[in-house]
Design a protein around this ligand. Structure first.
Ligand code: ADP
Ligand code: ZN
Ligand code: ZN
Length: 748
């Protein structure tokens, strides 16, 4: 039993780390845990605070520490629940309690209220339409986009226009001077979307959708709280299922959180929710300032809204009557936080739902291995939507063997089959998307003649190319540290066409333009979206058929409907197979399935060409056949054999220091300590690998060493984390070494 408690007295300001130590009286010890609200003596007063941490010892003078006076009973405030959740996160992902609190509790900024601006359409409908035609004729795309949105909705929030619609403030001002719009300013807080014209929106669910809704609700009403996994291809109607479930949950007096990866949080998607739930819904996105986030959370807490939609962090919306959490595209990497605590929103969502007594639904066309595994083991319920709503057939898929192309003299990035089909599209006036798999661009070494990739002899992941300071560079395994010199000829076939694979979207654009000089080509990648020709602008230009061919990376395959795209080409599908990461096959399958899903969304049937050096690899074969089940069977077998998640669990401990020697020594000592611990365990359910250099061994003059651990049970790894934290505390060897923990890393 812990003797002391850290207590926070005010969690609405930025000083979350300002806690006070109190003694836990014997009589209360069974009632005190993280998150519990207590009464404490504070100066001459008695006030209330929240327990944020339990401690066995304290550095303060024990005789001067006061005792907790009592536990506040009655309804549990939402703050208690979030603090308890922060405690759970700290325990399961590492880091300090303060870091965990800052993640779950929005901080109020001391800043004066921001002015809220709304843009209103000043023209009558007929006038507006002819003005729109004028803008389109003059290729004023930004103006056209804004006017089109305002015709649908006479009033829009400034943030929505400059954010989601990507129309700049100067364009709005120009339209205001022209008398097309008027900007209303007010300081009172409003919903970011402004007031809506209420038009009733509701579809009749089809039989399959209704069956899923009934099953989930029946279970919910019966008190069942096991998570649901909803599997259904893109376009199978999952979003409609979510909305119906939410409506039913709200009818029961509850509130709902919907997580959608930021990249898929498009204007279209957001509008579907608004059109159904009006101003009872709010969105969070990374463009909001800390103050705006705080306002959003305050409205949620006060019951002004029932639904919060947003990326990962929306999970911490302080709804006091949370009834349902939806996590769409649950397989997405972006649900794993890159900052300490490195939590996964799926696992944390399941825990939050458990604490709140809420239901949780995870949706995906290509569920993560984790979720599917749990569903198979009965930890999750499984529901499925088969087929697309409008009976659109899935596109026909051709796999092209790039080794054959080279053998027959074609050294172009474009295979003959793909070129042929692109020509046909150009003739018929439909569109093509070329997708370059960018994952894994960080140099692995492969053979262009036979496709052989140099792999680690110990770990079955590809070796990564590291540039040497002098000499020819080396190949390194990011798992075990194995190193070797690069070969001059392919060890499999003897060809000299072996080297680090490099091909960017820019290069592809050049090739396409040279091959099809009259085609209108758009390119979208990290470079083009950083400049002002940004993401939504490129996508909407393509959607408006201002181009014939769109070339891009991952970004182009997410959640957009392009009805005139009838051909998707995947260039070098295997790039993502070669990253030194045990998720490689899973990510490849997901990306290919998503990319293929882009073709044939409209009236015309689609075709997909997948170019690869590994036409026989199961992730490519099963993606081409759109066969998730077959993929899962193969992949889980591989994970089982190598004891990778979700069958076992991984923990990476990162030791970082400005001094290489300190980082190395710290990692070695810690690894020895953990090994000794592992030896003391009766059944060896814990393996340790390393220490080794991190994938990027030195960043901004900070040296990084890593220790990898595999354990059957997650809690074994939590015990290792506790041991490590304890070991380095007050240990002189770690004075300038920082430890970081990453459980089941998303890209390790
Ligand atoms: P998903 O979320 O699985 O990609 P959506 O819910 O977005 O699928 O549905 C795909 C398309 O089908 C959307 O345009 C949606 O409006 C439409 N749709 C979904 N359910 C129905 C239905 N029951 N009746 C008619 N159209 C539907
Ligand atoms: Zn070869
Ligand atoms: Zn290795």
């Amino acid at each position: 039993m812990a003797e002391f408690a850290n207590i926070i007295v005010d969690i609405s300001n930025e000083k979350l780390d300002k806690t006070f130590v109190y003694r836990i009286p014997q009589a209360l010890s069974s009632k005190i845990s993280v998150g519990v609200r207590v009464r404490i003596p504070f100066g001459s007063r008695k006030i209330t605070g929240y327990v944020v941490e339990l401690k066995d010892e304290t550095e303060y003078d024990v005789s001067r520490i006061k005792e907790i006076a009592g536990v506040v009973t009655g309804s549990v405030p939402i703050e208690s629940q979030l603090i308890a959740l922060a405690g759970w996160m700290r325990r399961n992902y590492g880091g300090t309690m303060n870091q965990a609190l800052k993640t779950v509790i929005p901080v109020k900024e001391k800043k004066k209220a921001v002015e809220k601006k709304t843009v209103c359409l000043m023209l009558q409908p007929a006038e507006a339409k002819s003005q729109l035609a004028e803008y389109i004729r003059k290729h004023n795309t930004a103006r056209a986009r804004l006017l089109e949105a305002l015709i649908a909705q006479r009033e829009l929030a400034w943030e929505l226009i400059t954010g989601r619609l990507n129309v700049s403030g100067s364009v709005i001002s120009a339209l205001e001077s022209a008398g097309v719009v008027k900007v209303l300013r007010e300081t009172r807080f409003r919903n970011p979307v402004g007031q809506m014209e209420k038009k009733e929106y509701r579809l009749r669910l089809n039989e399959g959708q209704q069956r899923v809704v009934d099953a989930v609700l029946h279970d919910y009403d019966a008190g069942g709280r096991k998570p649901w996994l909803l599997k259904g291809v893109t376009g199978s109607g999952k979003t409609e299922v979510y909305m119906e479930l939410i409506a039913q949950i709200i009818a029961r007096g509850k509130q709902a959180i919907v997580l959608i990866p930021e990249i898929a949080l498009t204007y279209q998607t957001v509008m579907r929710f608004y059109n159904r739930f009006f101003d009872r819904v709010s969105i969070l996105n990374s463009r909001l300032s800390a103050g705006e986030r705080y306002d959003q959370f305050l409205r949620a807490k006060n019951g002004e809204i029932d639904i919060m939609i947003g990326p990962r962090s929306a999970l911490f919306t302080p709804f006091p009557r949370l009834g349902l959490i939806i996590i769409d595209e649950e397989h997405e990497n972006s649900y794993k936080s890159g900052n300490v605590p490195r939590y996964h929103a799926r696992e944390t969502g399941v825990e939050r739902a458990r604490m709140a007594g809420a239901g949780i639904v995870l949706g995906s066309a290509t569920p993560s291995l984790e979720s599917y595994y749990r569903a198979e083991n009965g930890e999750y319920h499984m529901a499925e939507l088969t087929g697309r709503v409008r009976e659109k057939p899935l596109p026909a898929c051709t796999v092209v063997d790039l080794r054959e192309e080279l053998k027959e003299g074609n050294r172009s990035i474009l295979s003959r089959r793909l070129t042929e089909l692109m020509e046909e599209r150009l003739r018929k006036g439909t569109q093509t998307m070329l997708f370059l798999n960018r994952r894994g661009m960080a140099g692995f070494v492969s053979c262009r003649a036979c496709g052989h990739v140099i792999k680690c002899p110990h770990c079955d992941v590809s070796l990564a190319w590291h540039d040497a300071v002098e000499g020819r560079g080396r190949l390194v395994c990011h798992y075990c540290g194995h190193e070797e010199a690069p070969a001059a000829v392919c060890p499999a076939c003897g060809s000299k066409y072996i080297g680090a694979f490099k091909a960017g979207t820019q290069k592809i654009e050049q090739v396409v333009k040279a091959r099809f000089p009259r085609a209108r080509v758009l390119r979208m990648d990290f470079d083009t979206t950083r400049s002002k020709e940004s993401y939504e602008q490129i996508l909407s230009a393509f959607a408006n058929r201002e181009a014939d061919i769109l070339i891009g990376t991952q970004m182009i395959v997410k959640g957009h409907d392009f009805p005139y795209v009838t051909l998707v080409g995947v260039l070098a599908a295997d790039l993502s197979l070669n990253v030194s990461d045990f998720h490689a096959a899973e990510r490849t399958f997901q990306l290919l399935t998503q990319a293929a899903g882009r073709a044939g969304r409209g009236e015309f049937p689609g075709e997909v060409v997948i170019q690869t050096y590994h036409p026989g690899h199961y992730s490519i074969v099963t993606a081409a056949a759109q066969d998730y089940g077959a993929f899962y069977e193969r992949e889980i077998e591989y994970r089982r054999m190598l004891l990778y998640p979700p069958v076992w669990n991984l923990l990476v401990i990162l030791c970082a220091s400005e001094r290489e020697e300190a980082a190395g020594r710290g990692a070695a000592l810690l690894a020895a300590e953990i090994n000794a611990y592992a030896d003391r365990q009766a059944d060896r359910k814990l393996y340790l690998i390393g220490p080794a250099d991190a994938a990027v061994a030195k960043v901004k003059d900070i040296y990084k060493k890593v220790i990898y651990m595999k354990a059957r049970d997650y809690q074994t790894l939590v015990a290792v984390k506790d041991l490590a934290e304890h070991y380095v505390r007050d240990n002189r060897d770690y004075r300038d070494v920082a430890l970081q923990f990453d459980f089941n890393p998303a890209d390790g």
